[in-house]
Design a protein. Structure first.
Length: 263
């Protein structure tokens, strides 16, 4: 009898453990029940997400998310934080979705689940007017600013540059402008947007983007591991928006060149 009870108990525990594993992620039913999709974002990354009037978060990714939320029949709840807190927050299950121009990497796949990508981007080099740096080759031995926790940081570390990391993108830009570093490495479309804004205020050509795409990086949204159901539902919408041209139209609205992913 004791043996049977022990066996029954261990079976019960095994079932509980297995169920526990499966329930670590978020499902579409969870989101619908909550009535809202909760995202984590670092809104210092125009044209993908930035602070507009009244400090409201706006940009390409917010527009994509608005469509997703509309389809799910839920509202969008936005949590703002530094970029290097987004992936850890998703990994810990604190938010449903990481939305931050996040590049898909093998390393990150160990900690979060990615949706299908919706575009391709690349790292770019930004320098000040008259800089002797004209290409990637000239960065050897130079000091470079990046945003902490980004693929720009990874890339520059691997290349062996003298890397200075900043929590906010605007501080990485300021480091270049004030001469604390020789170059600033950042994703191409955000470089274009931030350099345009800077040059409008400080004179055309004050900052220069070198036309050398150094990487190819697919952008996707990140979910807590185990959220396969929610990821599949989001993927249906993303893939539809990629193929029917609605993502391209959103990029056009923001004057950003669009490169479709190879899904
Ligand atoms: N694409 C780069 C990465 O995944 C940079 C993203 C920075 N995003 C932001 N919202 N500041 O690391």
């Amino acid at each position: 009898m004791k043996k049977i009870i022990a066996l029954a108990l261990s079976l019960l525990m095994l079932t509980a453990t297995l169920a526990g594993c499966g329930s670590s992620g978020t499902t579409l039913a969870d989101v619908k029940k909550a009535g809202t999709l909760t995202i984590a974002t670092s809104p210092d990354f125009p044209p993908f997400e930035s602070l507009g009037e009244n400090n409201a978060v706006e940009g390409i990714e917010i527009e994509i998310l608005n469509t997703i939320c509309e389809r799910f029949g839920v509202t969008l709840t936005i949590n703002q934080m530094d970029f290097d807190s987004v992936i850890p927050g998703i990994n810990a299950g604190k938010f449903d979705l990481g939305v931050s121009g996040i590049s898909v990497t093998e390393e990150r796949k160990k900690n979060v689940l990615f949706t299908d990508p919706y575009c391709l981007a690349a790292q770019a080099i930004v320098v000040t007017a008259g800089s002797p740096i004209a290409s990637k080759a000239d960065l050897t031995g130079k000091t470079v600013s990046v945003q902490t926790g980004t693929t720009a940081e990874d890339f520059c570390m691997k290349e062996g540059y003298d890397v200075k990391g900043f929590a906010a993108n605007s501080d990485a830009e300021a480091a270049l402008v004030t001469g604390k570093v020789d170059a600033w490495v950042i994703d191409d479309l955000t470089a274009a947007e931030m350099v345009k804004a800077y040059n409008e205020e400080n004179g055309e050509g004050s900052l220069v983007i070198l036309s050398e795409a150094m990487t190819t990086e697919p952008y996707a949204f990140a979910l807590t591991l185990g959220s396969d159901d929610l990821a599949a539902e989001i993927n249906k919408i993303i893939n539809e928006m990629v193929s029917d041209g609605s993502i391209a139209a959103i990029f056009e609205k923001y004057d950003a060149p669009y490169t479709a992913p190879h899904n």
